[in-house]
Design a protein around this ligand. Structure first.
Ligand code: FAD
Ligand code: 2HG
Ligand code: ZN
Length: 472
């Protein structure tokens, strides 16, 4: 059986694109955070949609399950195989062609393995902005971004990966190629298949190509860091910027003192330029299509109003591009500082802004009472109500013991508070294997059953990334 499977694979792919030796497979078996490691019969590297379709057909007839994989930067173990050693990994790094830029339609057509940063650069060299932007952009791939419906720092203005997508090509569980690549901005012909595949983390179909929206490049961007006393003032500040800057507001990121202290510990060059270590530091970006002077004046006038209303106590405006980049680097480095520090439990949640204060004060209180000494590293995309409410072990605690003893009860505590505040347990990172139980417990029985029905209908053999998102 296995021999005939490998013989079939060799009919589709050159031997050098079928990795079976442990040493060759190893780089594909562990995720970016090193939280998940699996085993695989082989790692396959297809070079075209047709090859993907033929491999899926072969897997279906041999009952072998497939774990699609992009840059393997996901935080939920979605692209890591299980421990059985029976699955194959399908990695997309060879499918990295940018097929077309359509100037009139303002779209870019891409293969699934295109690296996000390469897409941004290609768009910019053609005078366009491709707005999806996240810390892993140097290695994550558009197929992975769409499969996780990635967010990042521009969602406030341009939306997440789903909002940027106008078309998909998908290989189904039976090895059919669905061509949904028309790139239309309006299409009401029945169920929205595109939106079904986006965010499904490789469990309903395999994305092989996509048509994505482009935007004009802004003429000028201004970035500022401001000091804020508490979350209520941070939200009032957001509302002020939304009212005064409307669509020119392109970034609104919140960082607590604890998250920036951790940054400074591991990357002293990333110290907060604001004096006195404020409880909350907010990074705000405005982007303008009119003129440098226009946006600068607008920013100064909004900041003046914020000072007068006592919403902020200090502000630094980046005086040049490199300083603006340094502000953004400081924000993006929190994840890296947490990785340097060791273990941390990630919570990637959204809460309605009106309940955020209640969520934070109640969850902080419970966390500190039930788990004395844990460190709350809270930061995130405040403009989207998306917190990265991460929990690090008490200083000196063994990370392995922390994960074994604290992971389950801490996730549960946070998810219960998310439910109380009518939020979501995943705003952007997805479910994968990490939140499988969390989704089952907190999505609601009806929604969870509908998801299982969809999974059974689209993948009756359960060969596409089984036991990720939902188990059937
Ligand atoms: P992978 O990790 O390889 O895969 C993710 C999921 O998609 C898996 O379930 C996989 O099976 C599936 N998949 C991959 N390719 C395909 C395909 N072609 N067809 C079908 N299924 C597929 N995420 C955010 O949303 N916002 C952030 O701000 C953010 N910042 C990050 C910062 C850092 C430093 C790191 C390391 C990660 C960050 N992430 C963020 C998480 C991660 O980068 C995103 O989830 C990203 O979209 C994953 O892309 P990937 O190519 O690495 O996918
Ligand atoms: C970010 O917003 C990413 O920087 C990573 O989503 C969040 O490290 C995290 O938990
Ligand atoms: Zn994020």
């Amino acid at each position: 059986m296995i021999e005939s499977f490998f013989k079939g694979l060799k009919d589709i792919l050159d031997q050098k694109y079928i990795l079976v030796e442990e040493i060759d497979k190893a780089p594909y078996l562990t995720d970016w955070r090193k939280r998940f490691t699996g085993k695989a019969q082989a790692v396959v590297l297809p070079g075209s949609s047709d090859e993907v379709a033929r491999i899926v057909k072969l897997c279906a007839s041999n009952n072998i399950s497939i774990v699609p994989q992009g840059g393997h930067t996901g935080f939920c173990g979605g692209a890591t195989p299980d421990g059985s050693g029976n699955q194959i990994i399908m990695n997309f790094k060879r499918m990295n062609q940018i097929r077309e830029i359509d100037i009139a339609n303002q779209t870019i057509t891409l293969e699934a393995g295109c690296i996000l940063q390469a897409i941004q650069e290609k768009a910019a060299s053609n005078g366009f902005l491709f707005p999806l932007s996240l810390g892993a952009e140097g290695s994550c791939m558009i197929g992975g971004n769409l499969s996780t419906n990635a967010g990042g720092t521009n969602v406030l203005r341009y939306g997440n990966a789903r909002d940027l997508c106008l078309g998909l090509e998908v290989v189904t569980a039976s090895g059919e190629i669905w061509d949904g690549m028309k790139g239309l901005r309006k299409d009401n012909t029945g169920y929205d298949l595109r939106d079904l595949f986006i965010g499904s983390e490789g469990t309903l179909g395999i994305i092989t190509a996509a048509v994505m929206k482009l935007y004009p490049l802004p003429i000028s961007q201004w970035t500022t860091l401001v000091a804020v006393e508490n979350i209520v003032s941070s939200i009032a500040l957001l509302n002020l910027f939304q009212k005064r800057a409307t669509s020119l507001l392109t970034g609104f990121e919140m960082m607590t003192k604890e998250s920036l202290d951790l940054n400074e510990k591991h990357f002293p060059q990333m110290a907060n330029p604001l004096q006195g270590k404020p409880p909350y530091t907010v990074l705000i970006e405005l982007s303008d299509y009119e003129s440098e002077a226009h946006v600068r004046q607008l920013l100064e006038s909004i900041l003046e109003e914020a000072f007068e209303s006592d919403l902020i106590s200090d502000a630094v405006i980046a005086s040049n591009l490199s300083q603006a980049n340094a502000f953004w680097q400081m924000r993006e480095h929190i994840t890296l500082a947490q990785a340097e520090e060791g273990a941390n439990l990630k919570h990637d949640i959204t809460i309605p802004l009106s309940s955020l204060d209640s969520f934070i004060s109640e969850t902080d209180k419970l966390m500190r009472t039930k788990f004395p000494g844990v460190r709350i590293i809270n930061f995130g995309h405040l403009g989207d109500g998306n917190l990265h409410y991460n929990i690090a072990p008490p200083l000196g605690m063994d990370p392995k013991i922390f994960n074994e003893t604290h992971e389950k009860p801490i996730h549960e505590l946070v998810y219960e508070q998310v439910e109380r505040c009518k939020g979501s347990i995943s705003a952007e990172h997805g479910v994968g294997q990490l939140k499988l139980e969390g989704l089952r417990a907190h999505k609601g029985a009806v929604a969870h059953d509908l998801m299982k029905t969809l999974k059974r209908a689209l993948d009756p053999q359960n060969i596409l990334n089984p036991n990720k998102v939902v188990s059937i």
